[in-house]
Design a protein around this ligand. Structure first.
Ligand SMILES: [Zn+2]
Length: 247
């Protein structure tokens, strides 16, 4: 293939732009904030389900507490009623009096047992409330961390998008100056060789594979026509001669 030396040099500019675009695409895919936000999202989700569990526990305890309080109330009412009967003097039979007294005693002991239950539920409720407010605080702080990471991610993305747009614009201008056949050949090699289709020959070394050319290869390049499109024997990329080629 033949191409004007100036067009070959222009191809090196295009390669530089394409490599930069590849770097930007890679950076956009691998921003550390992407993984960070993902990790925080899953932590937040876990915390939210813990919070839901704590809230369910609290409402269960509320119900238990209301039930226990109403049990206490029932026993207390009965015991008061019995005490009134006893005090009224209406019961005169010693046997019945004894029965009433024993019932009052057992109701009182039942009441204090039930009051213990209420206290125990209240303690559990307090612990559950503490747990809920701890989880709420933890969740708020995690959400703030996540929002900050998200903010960093989107500002990095804006930066990348802007540079990408300006490199794309440059690419269009440079590509328009390169003959189509050379451009197509470069594109094919770029696909084939890891995004690098062309390299400069610099001080006897191919900048594509970084290998030094043999004396015989250099001799061949020295005698080649300037518009001959050369290839690196080693990596098969287009090799462009510049003023720094050392030929
Ligand atoms: Zn090479």
């Amino acid at each position: 293939m033949k191409a004007e030396p100036a067009d070959q040099i222009r191809l090196l500019d295009l390669q530089e732009i394409d490599s930069r675009l590849d770097q930007l695409a890679h950076r956009a895919r691998t921003l550390p904030e992407i993984a960070e936000v993902e990790r925080l999202d899953s932590d937040i989700e876990e915390l939210r389900s813990k919070l839901t569990a704590a809230e369910t526990e609290l409402s269960d305890l509320d119900r238990e507490q209301r039930k226990a309080e109403s049990d206490v109330e029932q026993v207390r009412t009965r015991s008061e009623r019995d005490s009134k009967r006893l005090d009224s003097g209406q019961v005169s039979s010693p046997k019945e009096l004894e029965k009433l007294q024993s019932e009052i005693a057992s109701l009182r002991s039942r009441q204090s047992e039930l009051e213990e239950v209420v206290l125990e539920i209240m303690e559990r409720r307090e612990a559950a409330e503490r747990r809920r407010s701890e989880l709420r605080e933890e969740l708020a702080s995690l959400e703030a961390t996540r929002d900050a990471a998200e903010e960093r991610r989107s500002s990095a993305m804006v930066e990348i998008t802007n540079e990408r747009a300006s490199q794309q614009e440059r690419r269009e201008r440079v590509a328009a100056e390169i003959p189509e056949d050379l451009l197509a050949f470069y594109g094919k090699l770029r696909d084939q060789y890891d995004g690098v289709g062309v390299a400069a020959l610099q001080y006897g070394r191919c900048q594509g594979c970084k290998l030094a050319l043999s004396t015989a290869e250099l001799g061949g390049m020295r005698s080649a026509e300037p518009d001959e499109v050369l290839r690196c024997e080693e990596c098969r990329r287009i090799l462009v001669r510049t003023s720094e080629s050392g030929l």
